[in-house]
Structures are given as structure tokens and as C-alpha cells.
Design a protein. Structure first.
Length: 392
């Protein structure tokens, strides 16, 4: 095998060896059911309690406010459907945005079919909502605002604290999908007035199949899975102890030297953004140039197809993405890129680069070496590019 440079960390990350090491005993000798009263069961219960504290610590939350799930998709579903049902006597109106992850959008669409009203806030060309739009959308019947912390495709970070303040003043529950933000930027649920928060392990070098939902004390949230007393009777089923331990360890590691890691990411990200801008003509940066995740770069290239670009990058040993991993099999352009106003033909030619903890300057240099050649090769085969040159 030749080069293998992984630039798709927004889709998933490798499980860190220290995380794997922490998990391994719970597959073999520490196999007891945490609900059992004997020693090996209680040992695992204590391991779960420790992991709950590790998750809470990174969020500045209380351990009793953390509920383990199978991942952020479940957490989003639980948060939105749970609030809709628990607060239906107060109202039936939900506010979200047009560029949310499909775990939020499809859940809201499901609720619309069941008597709920949903307002989808537009975003500007950088992917930011307008605070005035949010204020104007609030009704007497509004029970939930669900807006993602940072976008998974273009990396734009929303004004979360300000959104939380508005929700708090109006007595509305505020939920945020923080999957991409955890470990990338500081997240403080108390300071930011966040009532509920979704996260997942596999985006921060933890295992797949495990996530968590933060629920502030006092928020009424119905049980999501019935059948047992686990997770304080809100999510039945025997706990996935190895993965819970892995999530806890990954969260703990994500909080260590975060500023140092982010500064490294920023240097690589900025070099990549500047290099693409200088080396590849007729391209556009997607997302806010500054209010964005330190590991995210997203560009659209005119006159080419993103799928062809990804295939040719793969041939050079580079893994990247044209958008969300959950929609990569779709022929339709990204709803996020359409949401920021890109026309279909340009949205189709997008490339998302998401750096990880193992990304190096050499990796960035290599991408900047091969990307211009690939883009030019694809443009040379494009009749649209040929027409553009003739007319300009």
C-alpha cells in the first residue's frame, strides 16, 4: 500500500490506542452486568460512574446530567422527541435551522407529520443564523430551540451562548448537536446556557456505537427506551460497558492540552486554506473564514464534480469527503451548501478536508501538491470549463 493520508476526521476518527487499552478488560475479565449486586457487577457499575464523570467534566456539567446512548443520532432523536412529548401541554412549536444534521432535520420532519410546527431558520452565506430571525421566530407555543454548535460540513460555529441566553429569557428549552465541537473548542453548558447537548464517541478518537445526551437538571424528558431501570429509568437495556469506558477515556483525553492541539490544527488549517486559495483558481471557501472549527476546510471548485475529485484524491492516497458521511451516497448536492446559497453546479464540486490529531504539515504539503493538478485535469475534461475559457 502506498500513501494513506486521512483527511476525513469529521466523518469518523481512529480509536486512540489508550482508549482501546482502557476498554479491553471490559470485554474479558470485567464482564459483569452492572445491574448485578455481586462484586464484578458493581465493579462495572463504578466504571460507568467514572465515565459519566469524565464526560461531565469536559462539559462543566454534573455527572447525574449525563445519559449514555448509542450515539448522537439517538441523542438528537431522544432530545427532540422527548421534549416534544414532555412539553406538549405547553406548546407544539420547534425552531431549528436549514443546515442541521439529518438526525435533527428528519426528526423534526417526523414531528411535523404528527401535529407539531417547525420553523427552519435560514443562514447567511457563511452559514450563520441571524439572531433577529431567531427572536422573530419565537411564539407563545415555542417549546424547543435545536441548533447545532458547529456545522459538520462547513465548520461554521453558531453564536451558541447568545442563542442560549435568548432561550433562557423566554423559558424555552435549548438543545444543541455538539458532535463536531466536542474536543475542538471549549464547551461549557452552564456558561453557554445549554439545556441539552448531543455528542458521540467516534468523532473524538473514541469507539463507534456510543454517545451521550446531557440533560440539565429540571428539564423534563420522557424515557426513550423502556424495559429496564438503566440510565435512571430513562433508557432501558444492559449498558455497553466497554464502549462507555472508551467514551469516558476519549472525553478525558480530548480535554487534555486542548489549546495546544487546537493551535496546531489552526496552523495546518490556515496553511491549507491559504494554499488552496493561491494554487487553485475559481474556488470558493465555504463557511465562515474565522468563526469555524480549527480542523475544518471546505472549498467548492467550479467546473468539476466532487465525486470525481474524491476518486482521484483516493488514487493519490488521500481520504477526504464532499460533504456529510451520512449523505455521501446521494447524487443530490449537500443541503448545507445549498442552504448557504451555492448553486447546484458549484455545490456539486465541493471538498471537505477535516484534520485530525495525527495530521502533519507534510500531509498538508502533499495535498497542496496534488490537488491543483487533479482539479486542472478534471477541468480539462469539462465542456463547461471549455465554454468558460472561450467566453472569457
Amino acid at each position: 500500500m502506498g500513501k494513506n493520508i486521512y483527511f476525513d476526521n469529521a466523518a469518523t476518527t481512529f480509536t486512540h490506542p489508550e482508549v482501546v487499552e482502557a476498554m479491553m478488560p471490559y470485554f474479558t475479565q470485567n464482564y459483569g452486568n452492572p445491574s448485578s449486586i455481586y462484586e464484578i457487577g458493581q465493579y462495572n457499575k463504578n466504571a460507568i460512574d467514572k465515565a459519566r464523570e469524565q464526560v461531565a467534566n469536559l462539559l462543566n456539567a454534573e455527572s447525574a446530567e449525563i445519559f449514555f446512548t448509542s450515539g448522537a443520532t439517538e441523542s438528537d432523536n431522544w432530545a427532540i422527541k422527548g421534549i416534544a412529548e414532555s412539553y406538549k401541554n405547553k406548546g407544539n412549536h420547534i425552531i431549528t435551522t436549514t443546515i442541521e444534521h439529518h438526525a435533527v432535520l428528519h426528526t423534526c420532519q417526523y414531528l411535523e407529520k404528527n401535529g407539531y410546527e417547525v420553523t427552519y431558520l435560514p443562514v447567511d452565506e457563511d452559514g450563520l443564523i441571524k439572531i433577529e430571525d431567531l427572536k422573530n421566530a419565537i411564539k407563545d407555543t415555542t417549546i424547543l430551540i435545536t441548533i447545532m454548535f458547529a456545522n459538520n460540513e462547513i465548520g461554521t460555529i453558531q453564536p451558541i451562548k447568545e442563542i442560549g441566553e435568548i432561550a433562557r429569557e423566554k423559558g424555552i428549552i435549548f438543545h444543541t448537536d455538539a458532535v463536531q465541537a466536542i474536543g475542538q473548542v471549549p464547551v461549557d453548558v452552564k456558561d453557554m446556557n445549554i439545556d441539552m447537548l448531543s455528542l458521540t464517541g467516534h468523532k473524538l478518537n473514541g469507539p463507534k456505537g456510543i454517545g451521550a445526551l446531557y440533560v440539565k437538571k429540571g428539564v423534563r424528558l420522557r424515557a426513550f427506551i423502556h424495559g429496564g431501570a438503566q440510565e435512571r429509568r430513562r433508557r432501558g437495556g444492559t449498558e455497553n460497558v466497554p464502549n462507555i469506558v472508551g467514551l469516558g477515556k476519549a472525553m478525558e483525553m480530548a480535554g487534555q492540552n486542548m489549546e495546544e492541539k487546537n493551535n496546531k490544527m489552526l496552523l495546518l488549517r490556515n496553511k491549507l486554506m491559504q494554499g488552496i486559495k493561491e494554487k487553485v483558481p475559481y474556488c470558493k471557501l465555504n463557511g465562515h473564514p474565522e468563526k469555524r472549527l480549527p480542523n475544518n476546510v471546505n472549498y467548492s471548485f467550479q467546473f468539476i464534480e466532487g465525486e470525481s475529485l474524491l476518486i482521484m484524491l483516493d488514487m493519490k492516497g488521500i481520504c477526504a469527503s464532499s460533504g456529510s458521511a451520512c449523505t455521501s451516497g446521494s447524487l443530490d448536492p449537500s443541503h448545507v451548501l445549498l442552504g448557504i446559497g451555492l448553486p447546484h453546479e458549484i455545490a456539486h464540486g465541493s471538498l471537505r478536508i477535516s484534520l485530525g490529531i495525527n495530521s502533519t504539515e507534510e500531509d498538508v504539503d502533499y495535498l497542496l501538491e496534488v490537488l491543483p493538478e487533479i482539479v486542472q485535469r478534471l477541468r480539462d475534461m469539462s465542456p463547461l470549463y471549455e465554454d468558460f475559457l472561450k467566453n472569457n
